[in-house]
Design a protein around this ligand. Structure first.
Ligand code: AMP
Length: 417
């Protein structure tokens, strides 16, 4: 026998019964984000590879190990988007959105691709909902975006969430700190994991992310970036915290918070859920004041976040169900009435009635059972010479003379009076 072809490792099919829950995320995101003035954007699934290597950072796991990069037939290096911020910033620049009133507030719900080790809550194609507020350095934007993500998680009843925030300062304040951290790491080199040791120069901050026990012990005593924030960076962070306090949103300050992308400056945050196990991050983000300059634009401060759809659904309290509403099922007794049944379906659909036709050659009894399984509100029955309309709630049945009368009967039932 020929071997079966399966979905690639780390990917999954969204089956119809899962669609309701995903749709609920889409609707909640739209309501909350558009209510706050964010407008939806969709960018291409692939971009020039350089967009990500320049912004996410050459030394990050994403760029070093996780990108789906390929050469197209024209010899260009392209990459399936591993994240949403750089593409949205590229679009902002490309379409001259800096000429619009700032900040430009955008949101997206799209799929992303990373060659990661597949495990529960971690996929190679996954979906994120995200926002980017581009063109303002006001700490109120940082606080607002954090509150919006909190609102979304609350609306979806994501369980046991907590928020950690930190600040990375600006590249200038970070540079001095990086040197200090590098010296510290070098003086403890023999206790570090090989991975961390190899990247002391490239990416010393990632050492805070390591699982390796020796590295963790060393990092517990490492100098902290938050203690090195200078005047304006410290003030910015204090203001973000004050606004979150004012909004009554609890958080923990995490001096070791680093995220796997290089473009962050100043505010950094992450929501985790206590019910998720190892992959506990549901969503996070931060400020990226230097990113647009990295891709050839003017200095443009911005902040954003992304949250994983799979993880939000895994950690959500209850998943909404999605069964399509069936107003009318059209049943017929013998094949001679089939064409008539078919045209009745077309008439009903034109009138806005959700209608389904018998398609499996069932007996009339079987058709009524099927209508019941579908939860149809009415069934039109074409039998003998006549046409009947059966109310599946009251089980009342009336003779009707025409397709128009069937449609009118269903519409009357939908909007009585
Ligand atoms: P990041 O873009 O890495 O900051 O990730 C933001 C959020 O996306 C995380 O908090 C996760 O919820 C989700 N996420 C990231 N990578 C994956 C993945 N490989 N599979 C599923 N969800 C992911």
């Amino acid at each position: 026998m020929t071997s079966k072809i399966q979905a690639p490792r780390g990917t999954y099919d969204v089956l119809p019964e899962q669609e309701g829950a995903r749709d609920a995320v889409d609707r909640a995101a739209r309501r909350i984000l558009e209510g706050a003035g964010y407008r939806r954007i969709e960018t291409p699934a692939f971009e020039a590879t350089e967009l990500f290597s320049r912004t996410v950072g050459e030394a990050t796991d994403i760029v070093q190990k996780e990108m789906y990069t390929f050469e197209d037939a024209g010899g260009r290096s392209l990459t399936l988007r591993p994240e949403g911020t750089a593409p949205v910033c590229r679009a902002y620049l490309e379409h001259g959105m800096h000429k619009l009133p700032q900040p430009v507030k955008l949101w997206y719900l799209s799929s992303f691709f990373r060659y990661e080790r597949a495990q529960a809550g971690r996929y190679r194609q996954f979906w994120q909902v995200g926002v980017e507020a581009i063109g303002s350095d006001d700490p109120a934007v940082d606080a607002e975006t954090i509150l919006l993500l909190h609102a979304l998680l609350t609306e979806l009843e994501v369980r046991d969430i907590s928020l950690r925030i930190g600040s990375l300062g600006t590249p200038a304040s970070r540079a001095a700190y990086r040197e200090e951290l590098k010296d510290y790491l070098r003086s403890n080199e023999d206790r570090l994991s090989e991975d961390v040791r190899a990247r002391i120069d490239l990416n010393p901050l990632r050492a805070f992310d390591a699982d390796h026990p020796g590295t963790r012990e060393v990092m517990a005593g490492a100098p902290r970036l938050l203690d090195h924030l200078t005047g304006e960076d410290a003030e910015h962070f204090a203001e973000v915290r004050a606004l979150l306090d004012r909004a009554g949103l609890p958080y923990e300050i995490d001096t070791t918070l680093v995220r796997g992308l290089d473009y962050y400056t100043r505010t950094l945050f992450e929501f985790t859920s206590g019910v998720l196990g190892a992959q506990s991050a549901v969503g996070g983000g931060g400020r990226y004041d230097g990113l647009i300059e990295e891709i050839g634009g003017p200095h443009t401060p911005a902040v954003g976040w992304a949250a994983g759809i799979e993880r939000m659904l895994l950690a959500a309290e209850r998943l909404p169900e999605a069964a399509p509403v069936v107003d009318l099922f059209v049943a017929y007794e013998d094949a001679g009435r089939r064409a008539e049944a078919f045209s009745l379906v077309a008439d009903a659909r034109r009138a806005g009635v959700n209608t389904q036709l018998e398609l499996a050659g069932r007996s009339l009894k079987g058709q009524l059972r099927q209508a019941d399984r579908l939860g149809a509100r009415y069934v039109a029955i074409l039998d003998g010479e006549g046409m009947k309309l059966r109310d599946m709630q009251t089980h009342e049945q009336e003779d009707v003379g025409s397709a128009a009368a069937v449609v009118a009967g269903v519409l009357r039932g939908r909007h009585p009076g």
